[in-house]
Design a protein around this ligand. Structure first.
Ligand SMILES: NC(=O)c1ccc[n+]([C@@H]2O[C@H](COP(=O)([O-])OP(=O)(O)OC[C@H]3O[C@@H](n4cnc5c(N)ncnc54)[C@H](O)[C@@H]3O)[C@@H](O)[C@H]2O)c1
Length: 335
């Protein structure tokens, strides 16, 4: 069992959340890495890391035997190469979502994770968002009965966010951003067995893929679902999510300080809604790191391991394919 976590963080934009998550946990940060010197300097100064802890080449982390935990927050197209190099060097890896953009890359990460004794976690951060954690707790308590319908969405204006790697058609909005809502749905009600989708493209002139997609989903157990992804929307960021059960309904999102719970009286009639206060924390990297550290230190399984991250991308890929072909698609979970 590894007793002490020596952490390195790769990618100093969104990845600064991982630095903060690890620092909040009290782990030692042995190195930070970014191939862009300006971004590296900014993060180094922000957190007070001396020059000797700042590296521009992630191979310096791969080859550093002292480091045993690495977080990866670099463009999705590079997740496979960097994660596999780290896993093969025996590092525990927390890699950002989506796991990867192609089945080929996904399969290689799964192989590397299977062949390693180290832990691998995909950062499906919505599983640590307070409102969604609370929704999961309410569902598991049975308070809303059996779920018959779930809808979630990822609506986020990429007008200013759409840099080169996000404009890559392989990084379709359903995979890059929609994976949050799709992973949330999978976590709350399970794996859809079939999806059917329509897409439109009116908002992001710089991309070659649909910037809005709506998919309906069929699950086992008489459950249906829907996901809406818009990466050009003219509104503030939201992942509004409604979970409909036979005895109640939950309405929540990742950016509101409250969520709403409807339940029924003894006669099955809907009661006045309950408003539940929740912390707004849609990037709960502190909790995410804590869970990963616990898995490493106490040799526990990681809930969002490589296969779990792969299944979320499998649903995303099925949605993109359905919108393109106009026919329903069954996600391929065979990893
Ligand atoms: N969980 C979330 O809510 C969330 C939010 C934003 C981004 N992300 C994910 O985080 C990852 C990074 O996104 P971002 O917004 O920070 O992207 P970004 O392009 O803004 O920043 C990426 C950083 O990584 C650096 N980089 C690129 N390749 C590198 C390499 N090989 N070695 C070292 N540094 C390298 C770049 O110089 C840059 O500083 C992506 O996978 C993205 O999908 C997740």
């Amino acid at each position: 069992m590894e007793k002490k976590l020596k952490v390195a963080n790769i990618g100093m934009k969104f990845g600064m959340c991982h630095v903060e998550g690890a620092m909040n946990y009290g782990a030692e940060i042995a190195a930070i890495c970014d191939c862009n010197e300006e971004n590296l300097r900014f993060a180094g100064e922000r957190y007070g890391f001396p020059e000797e802890k700042r590296v521009t080449d992630y191979m310096d982390i791969v080859n550093n035997d002292e480091i045993n935990v690495v977080t990866v927050a670099i463009p999705d197209q590079q997740h496979k190469k960097v994660s596999c190099d780290l896993l093969r060097a025996g590092k525990n890896v927390l890699c950002e979502k989506p796991l990867a953009l192609t089945r080929e890359d996904i399969e290689e990460i799964i192989r590397a994770a299977d062949e390693s004794d180290a832990k691998f976690m995909v950062g499906q951060i919505c599983r640590f968002t307070p409102a969604f954690e609370k929704a999961k707790e309410i569902i598991d308590s049975g308070a809303i009965g059996e779920i018959y319908f779930i809808e979630s969405e990822y609506a986020h204006d990429y007008m200013k966010l759409c840099d080169e790697w996000r404009a890559d058609p392989a990084r379709h909005g359903v995979i890059g951003g929609g994976c949050h809502a799709i992973d949330l749905i999978r976590w709350l009600v399970g794996d859809p067995i079939e999806v059917f989708a329509y897409g439109t493209h009116k908002l992001l002139p710089m991309v070659d893929y649909d910037d809005a997609t709506i998919a309906i989903m069929k699950f086992d157990e008489n459950v249906a679902g829907k996901v809406f992804v818009s990466t050009g929307c003219k509104r503030d960021y939201t992942m509004r999510t409604c979970i409909y059960g036979t005895k109640g309904t939950i309405i929540c999102d990742n950016t509101s300080p409250t969520m709403t719970l409807f339940t029924v009286d003894e006669e099955g009639v809907t009661k006045e809604p309950e408003t539940i206060a929740v912390e707004v924390n849609n990037h709960n990297a502190a909790r995410e790191f804590e869970v990963f550290a616990d898995a490493i230190l106490n040799n526990k399984p990681v809930a969002t391991d490589a296969r779990e991250g792969a299944k979320t991308v499998a649903v995303c890929l099925a949605i993109v394919e359905s919108a393109k072909t106009g026919v329903p698609v069954k996600p391929d979970y065979n990893f």
